[in-house]
Design a protein around this ligand. Structure first.
Ligand code: FAD
Length: 452
């Protein structure tokens, strides 16, 4: 068998299902112009991926293998493999709408073998007794716990391979049948290096070992570093989900309660599961007809971090500067966006998608739908976060707010959680709130009720 091993969300050698099959292989990574053409030249994610692809290439070389790097439209590239007589392409599953559509087009050229990798469970593994998917998280989670077995942490073995003979130099650009070899440099694919500071997985696991015992209690606090920061690694597969589960199993053996962290991983699985079974969720509400109001001014104020609500603006600044945002702040921002500002959740989803380093279609879309109250298993639409109470609870000393909005450094913490102070007093270089929370929530509720 002669196989193309196509790396996508699995940029690692260790425990990679692509290597579990024996035979002649051509490992490839494609810088997909269909995706890249829409991105700015200093996109941090592209720099991160480029860096990790080079690391993958080195790891493969250490195993006597190689990685051929392409730049172009995957369908055009796979036409070449078809001509070269490959039997099949092997890749791990990807459920986002573009990926599915792209894979179908590729499968018309070469037999496509999907391997299970990115999630703990296969999307069809957890179903209700009547064979339909779960629509509520808790029963899904309970079933997941009963079905979870040693098999789910069984790592893939590394097979016997011979490497397909071809040139592995540089980046192969394919453009309408024309092939060109470009230098192995991010500039060759039209980008500028803008590598975010992201710790290696080993460093993160070391910190997680310390944090797991306090994870449940402290994960929501913005000044604590209690979470794993592994979302980007899970997104691009620089850690395998099974390695992470093995790590958790070890911690559990030494008496640590790993359940709260495991639950979050099941959340991640659940969101991918929902998108798999209900692909229209990517753009459409599951529940209710309300869809927000298209107010450009409010949208710009949110995206430019000038809403005058400190925790919201701090979150957006963190996102714009680093590509990251604490989970609690994502929830506060999404609630503020869809309720206080009454903007369409799809706009917020796209804004996050543009900047999040860990952007994952399923987690992002389903979380936005949850916040808007429109999804499957949503937060009830009438539950509206008060951003001031949220910041008072989770950023009491305003360390987080002041880190991202240094203009507020001299303002007393209490005042930054006090809406009436912010509405009535001017702060130099910082805007007044663009909405009054109570009024805005009442407006939102009236709007929702009309459309139930
Ligand atoms: P930890 O707390 O250490 O959690 C461990 C892992 O569990 C995470 O790495 C992540 O893979 C998973 N996880 C944790 N919380 C959630 C959750 N609420 N939903 C799904 N999976 C979770 N996560 C993404 O990976 N990509 C996204 O694009 C994304 N968009 C989001 C948008 C909104 C509006 C909200 C409210 C949440 C979003 N999340 C997204 C979920 C969550 O915010 C991040 O996974 C988390 O902040 C990542 O930090 P961490 O790795 O330190 O998480």
């Amino acid at each position: 068998m002669k196989r193309v091993l196509w790396f996508r969300r699995d940029l690692r050698v260790e425990d990679n299902p692509l290597f579990s099959l024996d035979g002649e292989v051509l490992p490839v990574f494609v810088f997909d112009t269909q995706i890249l053409n829409a991105l700015p030249e200093d996109d941090k994610r592209v720099s991160f991926i480029f860096d990790r692809v080079l690391k993958l290439k080195k790891s493969l070389q250490a195993k006597g293998l190689e990685l051929k790097i392409f730049w172009g439209d995957p369908v055009e590239i796979f036409k070449v493999f078809e001509v070269q007589g490959f039997d099949e392409v092997v890749a791990s599953g990807d459920y986002d709408a573009y990926a599915k559509e792209r894979d179908i087009r590729v499968s018309h050229l070469l037999h496509f073998r999907y391997m299970h990798d990115t999630y703990i469970f296969k999307p069809t593994e957890i179903l209700k007794d009547d064979g339909t998917p779960y629509l509520v998280f808790t029963p899904y989670y309970n079933k997941a716990k009963t079905l979870f077995s040693k098999e789910h942490i069984q790592k893939y073995t590394f097979g016997e391979h011979s490497l397909y003979k071809t040139s592995y130099e540089g980046i192969t650009k394919i453009d309408k049948d024309k092939e060109e070899i470009l230098p192995l440099d991010i500039k060759s694919i039209g980008f500028r290096e803008n590598l975010p500071k992201i710790d290696q997985v080993e460093t993160k696991l070391k910190a997680l070992k310390e944090n797991l015992p306090i994870y449940a209690k402290e994960r929501d606090f913005l000044d604590k570093e209690a979470t794993s920061h592994l979302s980007i690694d899970l997104r691009f597969g620089t850690i395998s989900i099974r390695s992470l589960l093995c790590f958790l199993a070890e911690q559990k053996k030494s008496g640590v309660d790993t359940e709260p962290f495991f639950r979050q991983l099941i959340f991640r699985d659940y969101y991918a599961y929902l998108l798999f079974h209900f692909p229209t969720l990517a753009t459409h509400n599951y529940k209710y007809r309300f869809n927000g109001l298209e107010d450009q001014e409010k949208y710009s104020a949110f995206c430019e971090a000038r809403t005058g609500v400190p925790v919201v603006d701090a979150g957006v600044r963190e996102l714009l500067q680093t590509g990251l945002m604490h989970n609690r702040v994502r929830m506060i921002c999404a609630s503020f966006f869809t309720k206080d500002l009454l903007l369409p959740w799809q706009w917020g989803e796209s804004f996050f998608a543009k900047y999040l380093l860990d952007y994952d279609a399923a987690s992002n879309i389903l979380s936005w739908q949850w916040s808007a109250g429109t999804g499957i298993d949503p937060q009830p639409y009438f539950r509206i976060f008060n951003p001031y109470l949220q910041s008072k609870k989770f950023d009491k000393g305003t360390e987080y707010i002041k880190k991202w909005i240094p203009e507020l450094r001299e303002v007393d913490a209490k005042k930054l959680h006090d809406e009436s102070y912010l509405l009535n007093y001017s702060i130099e270089n910082y805007p007044k709130p663009i909405v009054v929370h109570k009024e805005a929530s009442q407006n939102a509720l009236a709007y929702f009720k009309q459309r139930l």
